[in-house]
Design a protein around this ligand. Structure first.
Ligand code: NAI
Length: 363
C-alpha cells in the first residue's frame, strides 16, 4: 500500500515537497529555524529520506540499531519529540493533496502506522542517549592535498567515542549553519581524541567545498553522533580486502589503523582507486604503512589517467584481476556508483554477501 500510494504522487515529487514544507512551517513557524537558510538542496532531501525509509524499512525491527542511531543523530537538529508528529502529519497531507481521487483512507493509515513505528524507534534512540546532541571541535590542522582534496584534523572539546569505520556528520558552523554532511574519521580512536577527515570539494556552495577551500586552523565545527556498521569483527580470522574509491579511503584508513594495533595473523589487501594520479592523495601514507607492516599490501589504480604506471581502470575491475577472493572479508567504501559496481563484481566472483561490509553515502 505504501508503494502503491507513493506511485500516485511520485511524478509530482517537487510539488509534494513544496507543499510539505509550506504546511509544516505554516502550522509551526518555529520549525523553520531548524532548517538551513537556503532550502534548495534541503527541499527534496527530507521528503525523499522519509519516503525511502518508510518504503524500505518494511520491517523496522530489523533496522532497530540503525533507527536508534538516526534518532541520536537527529538530536543535532534540535528536534523535539512533538516535531516528529508534525512532520508525519504534513507528509501525509502533502501526499493526499497531490494524489487525486485515488487516494483512500487505507493509505493514510498505512503511512501513519509505518511512520509511527520509525519515529518511535528514533525517539527511543534519542531519549536513551547520554551524549551531548553534538560536539564542538577546533580545527587544529588543515592541509590541501590536491586542487580539490583536503585532509584536516579536529580536536573535540569533549571526548567523542566512535568505532573505526563509522561516520558522523559535520557542520561548518561559521560558514553554513544547519547544513550537515557525513564524513568518516580516517583514524582509529586516539588517546588525544583528535579526528582526521578527508574531503573532496564537489562544487561551489557545497559543504565539502567550504571544508576544503575555506576552513582554517582555529575554526570551530560541530560533529554529531557516530553512525554506521562498517566495523571490524575482532573474532574473524579471515584475510581482509579493503576497496576504496577516492576519499572513500577515509574509513578504510581508520580500519587499517585499528588493525595495526593488534593484527599479526591476517593478510590485508588494500585496493585504492582514484581518477588521476593527483587524486591518490594519501598514497605516501599508505606506502609507509605497507613498508612497516608485512601483512599489508597496497594496489593503486587510476581510472582516467592513461599514463599511470600502476593498474588502470575502475577499482571494481582491478580487484577482480587479483584473487581468488572467496575466503576473504570485504570492506568497500566510495561513491554510490563505485560501491554498487564493486558489489556487483564481488557477486560475480561469488563472494558471499555476508562477508562484505559497506556504508555508501550518495555522492
Ligand atoms: N570522505 C569520506 O569520509 C568518505 C567518502 N565517501 C564517499 O567516497 C566518494 C569519494 O569521492 P571521490 O573522492 O570524488 O572519488 P571518485 O568518485 O573520484 O572515485 C574514484 C574511484 O572510484 C571508482 N569509481 C567511480 N565511479 C565508479 C563506477 N561507476 N564504477 C566503478 N568504479 C567507480 C573509480 O574507478 C576510482 O577508482 C564520495 O562519494 C564520498 O561520499 C565514503 C566514505 C567516507
Amino acid at each position: 500500500m505504501l508503494k502503491e500510494s507513493w506511485s500516485l504522487v511520485e511524478e509530482h515529487q517537487d510539488k509534494v515537497a513544496g507543499y510539505f514544507y509550506a504546511r509544516m512551517f505554516l502550522s509551526h513557524p518555529d520549525l523553520r529555524e531548524l532548517f538551513p537558510v537556503q532550502m534548495d538542496v534541503q527541499r527534496t532531501r527530507l521528503l525523499s529520506a522519509i519516503v525511502t525509509a518508510v518504503q524500505t524499512l518494511e520491517d523496522p525491527e530489523r533496522f532497530d540499531d540503525y533507527l536508534r542511531a538516526l534518532g541520536r543523530d537527529h538530536r543535532k537538529f534540535h528536534v523535539a519529540p512533538e516535531h516528529y508528529e508534525v512532520v508525519g502529519g504534513s507528509l501525509i497531507e502533502a501526499m493526499r493533496a497531490h494524489a487525486g481521487e485515488q487516494w483512500c483512507i487505507e493509505y493514510d493509515q498505512a503511512w501513519a502506522d509505518a511512520y509511527a513505528m520509525i519515529a518511535a524507534r528514533m525517539l527511543a534512540g534519542a531519549n536513551a542517549d547520554q551524549n551531548p546532541p553534538y560536539w564542538y571541535g577546533e580545527v587544529v590542522q588543515h592541509e590541501r592535498r590536491s586542487q580539490d582534496i583536503a585532509v584536516f584534523t579536529v580536536l573535540p572539546m569533549q571526548p567523542l567515542e566512535y568505532r573505526a569505520g563509522q561516520y558522523l556528520s559535520l557542520e561548518a558552523t561559521a560558514y553554513q549553519p544547519r547544513l550537515w554532511r557525513t564524513y568518516s574519521p580516517a583514524n582509529a580512536p586516539r588517546r588525544d581524541n583528535t579526528l582526521e577527515f578527508h574531503v573532496r570539494a564537489l562544487g561551489a556552495g557545497w559543504v565539502s567545498s567550504v571544508l576544503v577551500r575555506r576552513l582554517r586552523v582555529g575554526d570551530m565545527i560541530k560533529m554529531a553522533a557516530p553512525m554506521g556498521s562498517m566495523t571490524l569483527d575482532r573474532r574473524s580470522t579471515r584475510d581482509a580486502v579493503f576497496v576504496a574509491g577516492g576519499t572513500g579511503l577515509a574509513p578504510i584508513k581508520s580500519l587499517l589503523e585499528e588493525l595495526t594495533r593488534y593484527n599479526r595473523t591476517r593478510w590485508v589487501h588494500v585496493f585504492f582507486g582514484a581518477r588521476t594520479r593527483e587524486d591518490l592523495y594519501d598514497l605516501a601514507e599508505l606506502n609507509r604503512l605497507a613498508a612497516r607492516y608485512p601483512w599489508l599490501s597496497v594496489v593503486t589504480a587510476c581510472s582516467d589517467d592513461p599514463t599511470f604506471a600502476g593498474e588502470r581502470g575502475d577499482i571494481s575491475e582491478v580487484v577482480a584481476r587479483y584473487g581468488p577472493w572467496n575466503e576473504h572479508d570485504f570492506f568497500v567504501s566510495g561513491s554510490g556508483a563505485m560501491v554498487r559496481a564493486t558489489l556487483r563484481k564481488l557477486a560475480e566472483l561469488q563472494v558471499p554477501s555476508v562477508r562484505i561490509k559497506y556504508d555508501s553515502f550518495n555522492g
